[in-house]
Design a protein around this ligand. Structure first.
Ligand code: 13P
Length: 287
């Protein structure tokens, strides 16, 4: 059931658990994530980066596929279709395409410009019944060719953006997209606690969910994180399962080259990763 992310995140914040945002790249990813959320009776957010949207031939294609698949699979759990790290223009494109949720990432703008653009997009989202995520303090690492330095957010700036009426707020707390380097110092719980105190009931978003140790995830949830984004981990488990299939020569046996067979182990691997994350985030049976 396609919905915006407001109610699922309000409930998560109140219930001290987090809803997973799993990024999608194609039909296999979408199907694996929807089926697993339904199996575990969990709300879920499908994240679409601008690069993945382009890869899938545009946001119209993505929205049409997700709506149709949600219906064909008889999905009853709440599903939000969300733009991940959207540009100003990208947000408008997704609104037009029928997404139920957008993220405007204005973290690289000076704070005044971030405030101004976020304010405008909050009005648009509210008028159309969409949820909207904003960002303060950039997330480190590389995503779609954009390199972030991973600075910690200023709690006062977080309050400024939260007060604009966004649904959820991504605050940089030393988190990084992609794999964490061996010398990563860990999440800054000091920053998270300070941001939490400033923004009160606002659901906070933890980007870069791949590779964060379980105890840190649990602590982050206890300090107000209600949405956790996972992308790279599904890509890694998909790739490893596909590699195993090919290295075992299975594609050369019978009709093992059929894409439905070739991609099946990867799909099962994504499902298992999503199952583990939903269990860790505590969103099972919260649909
Ligand atoms: P990872 O790729 O590190 O899991 O991060 C995902 C993310 O934050 C998407 O916005």
């Amino acid at each position: 059931m396609l919905v915006n992310a407001k109610e699922m995140l309000t409930k998560a914040k109140e219930g001290h658990y987090a809803v997973g945002q799993f990024n999608i790249n194609n039909l296999e990813w979408t199907k694996a994530i929807l089926l697993t959320a339904q199996e575990l009776n969990s709300p879920v957010i499908l994240g679409v980066s601008e690069g993945a949207g382009k890869y899938m031939t545009g946001f119209d294609t993505v929205a049409a596929m997700v709506r149709a698949m949600d219906k064909s699979l008889g999905i009853t759990v709440p599903v939000a279709l969300h733009l991940d790290h959207g540009t100003y223009e990208g947000c408008y494109k997704c609104v037009k395409a029928g997404f139920t949720s957008i993220m405007f990432d204005g973290s690289h703008y000076p704070i005044d410009e971030n405030v101004q653009k976020t304010t405008e997009l909050v009005h648009v989202a509210n008028a159309l019944g969409l949820s909207i995520e904003a960002e303060v303090g950039s997330i480190g690492g590389e995503e779609d060719g954009v390199i972030g330095m991973g600075e910690c957010a200023d709690p006062n700036e977080c309050k400024m953006i939260a007060d604009l009426g966004v649904t959820m707020l991504a605050a940089g707390i030393g988190n990084i997209h992609g794999k964490y380097p061996a010398n990563w110092p860990g999440l800054s719980f000091e920053t998270l606690a300070a941001v939490s105190e400033k923004v009160g009931n606002m659901p906070l978003v933890l980007h870069g969910g791949t590779g964060i140790p379980e105890d840190m995830i649990k602590k982050a949830i206890s300090l107000g994180v209600s949405k956790i984004n996972v992308n790279t981990e599904c890509q890694l488990t998909f790739a490893a399962a596909t590699r195993k299939y090919i290295e075992a020569g299975k594609d050369l046996e019978g009709k093992g080259f059929d894409p439905r067979k070739l991609l099946a182990p990867g799909v099962e691997a994504i499902k298992e990763t999503v199952r583990e994350k939903i269990a860790l985030f505590g969103s099972a049976n919260k649909a």
